[in-house]
Design a protein around this ligand. Structure first.
Ligand code: FPP
Length: 242
């Protein structure tokens, strides 16, 4: 099976999953973390080289304090508890987003985990935390403007590679596949620059219910699309032009 080199996932639907069961939203997030663990391990097993998870958006700060605090606590526990899993599977942890906005304790745990896993080479797991793509793009613009102002960079030298290097995902290939769960059909300010050529897959399955079998279904679809786009329009059996 053809596996994406860089898979990005918008893990959506934890709240609805809980509400459907008459449970508090945080229990949905707790199940969401379990799903994240399972999917991280499955991606590693299947040979995904880069996995990027949208775990907390810049807009998510607007949620009730109680929910934000619980999400931060869950994240902290996840990092503490899963360090051994990351080491065993030789997964390197990476993070993108406005990290300075995170509580100090979460930041410390993140930095510690990144340091401990820095030598791992089998998969890069990037958590997008307090992340918004427009913010990221503006940050890149500021960096480049400063370099131009200080004379290190000529405006003519600003091409796509140069711009990509100024983003927080610098050094990573662009995602070739994006999955969004829960039936929402939006990108929601996630990796706007990097997703330019990605195949996008939307599934109605809520994130806590998303299983390795659902991931395999998504990969089958990825392979089907890749195979199709490798052909010219004339070669396609139905000659459709969408
Ligand atoms: C979307 O569900 C999910 C989030 C805002 C947070 C995602 C976080 C996790 C799955 C846990 C953290 C993951 C790791 C890897 C530690 P929602 O609340 O927007 O659901 P709704 O749209 O149904 O309300």
């Amino acid at each position: 099976m053809r596996i994406p080199r860089h898979l990005a996932i918008i893990m959506d639907g934890n709240g609805r999953w809980a509400e459907q069961r008459g449970l508090p939203r945080i229990l949905g997030h707790r199940h969401g973390v379990e799903t994240a663990k399972t999917i991280i391990e499955e991606c590693r097993r299947m040979g995904v080289a880069y996995l990027t998870l949208y775990a907390f958006s810049s807009e998510n700060w607007g949620r009730p304090n109680e929910e934000v605090d619980s999400l931060m606590a869950l994240l902290n526990t996840f990092l503490d508890k899963e360090l051994q899993t990351l080491l065993t599977h030789r997964i390197r942890l990476n993070v993108i987003g406005a990290i300075d906005r995170l509580p100090a304790q979460v930041r410390d745990t993140l930095f510690r985990t990144m340091e401990r896993t820095a030598q791992n080479r089998d998969m890069v797991l990037t958590l997008a935390l307090s992340y918004g793509a427009r913010d990221e793009i503006l940050g890149a613009v500021r960096t480049l403007v400063e370099e131009v102002q200080s004379g290190q960079l000529k405006p003519d030298a600003i091409d796509e590679q140069c711009f990509s290097r100024a983003l927080q995902t610098s050094g990573m290939p662009d995602p070739d596949f994006l999955i969004r769960t829960s039936g929402e059909i939006r990108i929601s300010n996630f990796l706007l620059w990097q997703l330019a050529y990605a195949e996008i897959y939307f599934t109605p399955v809520l994130w806590p219910d998303f299983s390795p079998a659902h991931l395999h279904d998504a990969f089958v679809e990825f392979e089907r699309r890749e195979r199709r786009y490798g052909l010219t329009a004339e070669q396609l059996p139905d000659k459709c032009d969408d």
